[in-house]
Design a protein around this ligand. Sequence first.
Ligand code: S3P
Length: 427
Amino acid sequence: MRISPGTRFIGTITVPGDKSISHRALLFGALAEGETTICGFLDSEDTRATAACLRAMGVMIDTGETVRVQGVGLHGLHAPASVLDTGNSGTTTRLLMGILAGQSFSATLAGDASLNTRPMDRVAIPLRRMGAEVVGQGARCTPPVTVHGGALQGIAYDSPVASAQVKSAVLLAGLYAEGVTSVTEPEKSRDHTERMLRGFGVDVQENGVTVSLQGGQSLISQAITVPGDISSAAFFLVAGAIVPGAKVTVCNVGVNPTRSGILDVLEAMGADLLLHHERITGGEPVADITVRARPLRGTTIGGALIPRLIDELPVLAVAAALAEGDTVIRDARELRVKESDRIAVMSRVLRDMGVEVEERDDGMTVRGGMSLHNADVDSVGDHRIAMSAAMAALAGGVEVRIHGAAAIATSFPSFPLLLQQLGANVE
Ligand code: S3P
């Protein structure tokens, strides 16, 4: 993909549905009794992987304008005939591991080259403690990973990482377990699972950073409306905050507080952000967000803020590069085990464009205020790196050729179209 600024960056857009919520709607809908309908579903490679895995286990899913999932109940899945292909999707892999732990059959999950290097031990460890047998590759239990389901026992799990994928996998297994299952996190991660399970009629208890549920509860089908993905809106919010003369409104953005850290950071950097028409849609807070460009200043991003913006750190590094002064990102070691090592890859992309970046084990320091130059950059097939590089081109006023940009379809197939709609040059 070749991208450069046009003469303007102005307009009103709507981003596609939230990826995390779309995955959960399919998975929980499959385990429910009756038909679940999903409006605003994100149709992308990742969510298609979830649908394909569920279909391979006997779930009927109709993907029209409104997605319809014919729930088979907690115990209605069938053994798949072959390996379940989870593509590039960590959420598909880890949440399915939790579900598979409670089945009376075995199944193997494997994905693409990136997914097959990602650690699944963080899920395998608690699932084994609950009574499942989980066999992956090497010390970190990378895929292909086989889950032999069985009779499970509830546990009180103290997770070493703030991860919604771990929390969700353990809670899903907990639905099949005897007694109570609880997960305690070092910091609160996104809470879509808790919110949506309640919508399906499950009693989910929350006490600070601990979430628990009683096993054996069945799910009752529901109509779900998925808000726009703040992680997709993030690219336009950052470019809108920086590109000279920009004014962008993104409609229908999910602003769940466990996801909205990017808004706090942009405000701390001095961005002109306005949230309007704030409302609750399908149990999730939603707003329209208008951003106007003005000079930004560097900031520090760390601590409990990190899980609230983990997927937005690559594009926030772009904001940092165009701000006045240094920005320090710390406590973000998790970035190293995402779709790519996002600390290393994003540092390299920014350096290739002329930005000074100091990489550290748990983050980076980005020197702001340098001028960017035209560049050829490699996203290494990571969708969020590719989209962040595109925004760096617009914000820095340069032309960038992005290799591996096809990966954008993982989460945001309409991204190039929306960019063109706002006035950018995209080939
Ligand atoms: C997700 C949780 C986060 C996030 C990922 C989606 C989810 O991962 O980075 O893109 O849908 O639960 P972790 O659970 O590993 O933090």
